[in-house]
Structures are given as C-alpha cells and as structure tokens.
Design a protein around this ligand. Structure first.
Ligand code: ADP
Ligand code: MG
Length: 494
C-alpha cells in the first residue's frame, strides 16, 4: 500500500538492516457528559467516588443502559476514519478479576465491533505521506483506579472512571518507524478533536496507547511482537519503540528469540520491561453480555450523522491549498489544530477584498503569530493579537502602506500594547514612503557620495542591492523598496 521502506527508516544491526513493524491500539475517552451504561458524570477530577452510580459500583441487580450519545460519538469517529460502520454490533463481557473492576468483567466489544476497517492518511515531517489501515474501533468501559498512597496499610479504590466510555482504535501493523507512529497518533488525535469525540488530552489520560512492536529483516514475514501497555505521551511512544526495537534486535542477533509478552515503558529509565508473558496471558472467556441487546441502527441514522460532520483536517487542507494557494506544508500546519485553522480563516474574513492575499496571511499567522505565541508559551486561544488586528497588519502590507520590516515592529507594538494597527501607523509615523520626491533626495545623496560603488554597480548590476540597502537604512526602513529599486535603476542608467 505504501512506498517501500526507505533505508533511512531501517535500524542498523551487527548482522545488517532491520525493519521495525508497529501497530497501535489507542484508547480514546469518548467526549460525553455521562458514562457508557450509567448516568453518572464523566467530569475529570472531583472527590474520589463522587461520580459513581450503583451500576458503576456493580451493585447486585443493577442493569446497564446504553448511552446513545456514546454510540453516536463512536459512529462519528468511525466516519472520520473513513471506516465501515457496522449496523449491528454486540457487547461482550471480558472476564477478569482486578480490584478496580467491581463487575468482575469489562463490557467491551469482541467479535462484532461497532466500526470496522478504515484508513488514515498521515503526513510525515519529511513531507511524505503514508496510509495507515484501521482494523476496528470498538466501545468499552474504563476501569476504576487504585490509590496506594493514601494509607500505610491499605489500598483505596476510586471508581469515578469506572464505566466511562472508551473507544479502542486498533491500527493494522502498517507503521515502520517511531517517527511514523508519532505522526499517526498526532493525526488521529487531530481528527478526534475536530470531531469533538475525544478531547485528546494525554496528560489527563483521555488518550493512551498500547504499542505493539516487532522487528524483521526487510522482506521477511512479521516477527513476534511485544505489546507495551498504556503509554501516555507521544514522546514516550517514540522512545518506547526505539528502545524496544533495539532490545529485540539485540536478542535476535545474539541467536535468541522474542517471547510474545506484555511490557511496560518506564520513562525515568527510558526502557521497557516485562509485565507478563504469553503463558500468563488472560483467558478472558468473552461472551455476549446477556444484559444488553445487540446494538442496531439504520443506515439512515448513520447518514444523518455523516451529514452533520464538520470539515475534517484533510478536506480543510485541500481547500486551503486549492482556494488560497497555500503550500502543503503551510496548510498542514494550519489545519493541525482546529483552533489555528479557525483563526486563519477569521483573519482572511477580515482582510479587505482589494488586498486579500491568503499566502501572506498564512505566513503571518504561522511565522509571526505562532512563533511569538510559542516564544511566550501561549496558545492561540489566549493570543494578545486578535484576528482583526492581524488582518489589519496584513492589509497594511498588502496595500503598500508599510513594509514587511515595519510590519514586524507594528506587530510587536500591537502584541504588547494592543490598539488599532491602522491608527498606530498614523500616530507613530510608520507609513512607508512612496513619495518619489522624498526618496529621490536620499537616492541622489547616496549616489553622489559613493562614486566608486556607482562604477561597480554599472559593471555589475547585482551591486544595486547595496544601494537599496543604504536608501532603506537612511529612510528608517520606511521607503518603499520597489520604488527605491526603480528610482536607482533610472539614476544609474541600469
Ligand atoms: P491482541 O488483541 O492480542 O492485542 P490484535 O490482533 O488485535 O491482538 O493486534 C493488536 C495490535 O498488534 C494491532 O494494532 C496490530 O496491528 C498489531 N500487530 C499485529 N501483529 C504485529 C506484529 N507482528 N508486529 C507489530 N504489531 C503487530
Ligand atoms: Mg492487544
């Protein structure tokens, strides 16, 4: 499906090159006010056990009732992943004992998930893009949390998360480097955020990944994989893959073999270590939950949800390229967060028609605004420069009222002091000088006092740049560069 793996993606071992094969299982918390099978709140934080219904605590005789909002969110997510939506799916019990799981089983989906195969297009930092297959997306319950640090001899349990809806999104083993895996998770998170189906906040645990890694010599069948559980940052996903791939290569090159096992990533030591081997793997004894009917809905229901989807990042990117003439890179940066894309469009909407220049506006949003926001550790929601103010600055450049250089000074003033850019330009005399008589005087002076340079410029017209620089300098950057250029050419007879 994708282009062959490039040599740069291979890992060099003592016995030659190795290819890394990665498949991810992402757990994404569904954005919904209530849990998957109860009316208890899903809000983050809150006192322990303050968001727990009798269903979540698995009191005898309690029955789960499916939350339609979570079903809709799963379908919308599936549509956003260009995936097959299954009109009939089944909830199964996945049986295991753990103290944070009062039911003694997790309600999940096994053989018949709500969403089947799909695809995600992922742009890589080097400009290439890959297509990653989605195996399935299913709905399941989250578990509670054990608190080991509250009492010297006891462990407490907080069931606030118990029963919160998760979407498990399983990729095919289509990823070939830590770089690709990181880009895939970012893209998936962007899509879910656009859809509003998961807030993607990895710090709060709203999105976490089980990372499956194996290695092979290029062209050989897939090797045995290890699964690294519950990695909760994109950076750690990359580090875990790098470490794990090298660990496996080391074993294989020493003549050993890989045991299929579940491992943990320890960010402090930057290593993975074994949690349990395949022999210790659970037999979950899945069976359809007798308390829940199969989940069925009509194609019309799916179609209606599809109609209501927002414009997704890939479509937005194509539109930015097609309509505003942006480069693929610039469009990609703008659409990577919905808020950034919205800000850019708000700037465009405020531009005066005459000077409308989508590329210039993109340049200012990406390089000046994002650069400045980064420098201050702020984000677009708290930007001191509004879309209207930035649009005014872009307009002022577009009409030739100020030069790009002055615009940067103006931007800094607006950032620090606020104000109407147009009024500031007036009040502080920042206007570009296009008046030829004023510029001519400066040009004449410089030409007269530099006869040697004049001779050089006549011999070598590239020297003109030196004169332009001098004129710009003595005009405090306010002379119109084009007018200066024209005038100089005329004066020097070039
Ligand atoms: P399980 O339910 O036991 O975790 P799955 O077949 O659902 O098994 O696969 C889980 C994940 O492992 C998927 O994301 C898949 O892409 C990935 N995977 C499967 N085989 C390999 C392999 N050889 N190397 C790396 N990842 C793999
Ligand atoms: Mg698994």
């Amino acid at each position: 499906m994708n282009a062959p793996v490039k040599p740069s993606q291979l890992i060099k071992g003592a016995t030659g090159d190795w290819e890394v094969v990665i498949g991810l299982e992402i757990h994404a918390q569904v954005s919904s006010n209530a849990k998957l099978f109860s009316g208890a709140a899903t809000a983050f934080g809150g006192d322990p056990n303050s968001h727990v219904s009798l269903v979540d605590a698995a009191m005898p005789g309690m029955l789960p009732v499916i939350n339609e909002e979570c079903v809709k969110q799963a379908i919308r997510s599936g549509l956003g992943l260009n995936a097959q939506i299954n009109l009939r799916s089944v909830f199964d019990r996945k049986n295991y004992f753990y103290p944070d799981l009062p039911q003694g089983y997790q309600i999940s989906q096994y053989k018949s998930p709500i969403v089947g195969e799909g695809i995600v297009v992922v742009d890589l930092p080097n400009g290439d893009s890959i297509t990653v297959g989605i195996e399935r997306l299913h709905l399941e319950q989250d578990a509670g949390k054990l608190l080991h640090d509250q009492h010297p001899t006891m462990t407490f349990v907080d069931l606030n998360r118990s029963g919160v809806a998760l979407m498990e999104i399983v990729s095919k083993p289509d990823l070939r480097s830590s770089e690709q895996a990181k880009a895939y998770v970012s893209k998936l998170r962007t899509i879910l955020r656009y859809l509003g189906t998961c807030d993607g906040d990895m710090e709060k645990g709203s999105l976490r990944a089980d990372v499956n890694v194996s290695v092979r010599k290029p062209g050989e069948p897939y090797g045995t994989r290890c699964e690294i559980k519950n990695v909760n940052s994109i950076r750690f996903i990359g580090q875990a893959i790098e470490y794990e791939a090298r660990r496996q290569i080391g074993i294989l090159e020493d003549g050993g073999s890989i045991d299929q096992e579940t491992r943990l990533y320890d960010p402090d030591k930057a290593e993975t270590r074994s949690m349990r081997s395949k022999e210790e793997a659970h037999d979950y004894r899945y069976f359809p939950d007798p308390d829940l009917l199969p989940l069925e809905f009509s194609q019309a229901y799916v179609d209606e949800l599809k109609t209501g989807l927002p414009e997704l990042p890939d479509q937005k990117k194509s539109r930015f390229i097609g309509t505003f003439g942006l480069s693929s890179d610039d469009a990609g940066v703008l659409v990577s967060e919905r808020e950034s894309a919205d800000f850019y469009e708000a700037v465009l909407a405020k531009l005066s028609d005459a000077a409308r220049d989508g590329k210039l506006a993109a340049n200012w949003v990406i390089n000046e605004l994002f650069g400045r926001l980064n420098k201050d550790g702020q984000n677009i929601d708290t930007s001191p420069v509004s879309a209207a103010q930035l649009a005014a600055i872009v307009d002022l450049i577009g009409e030739g009222t100020i030069s790009g250089k002055i615009a940067k000074e103006l931007f800094e003033i607006v950032w620090r002091e606020g104000g109407d850019p147009r009024e500031l330009v007036e009040a502080r005399g920042m206007k570009q000088v296009t008046d030829l008589t004023a510029i001519e005087k400066v040009v004449d002076d410089i030409v007269a006092s530099n006869p040697d340079k004049v001779a050089q410029a006549i011999a070598k017209p590239a020297m003109l740049g030196w004169f332009v620089g001098q004129v710009m300098k003595s005009s405090g950057g306010k002379a119109n560069p084009q007018a200066v250029n024209d005038l100089l050419k005329r004066k020097l007879g070039l």
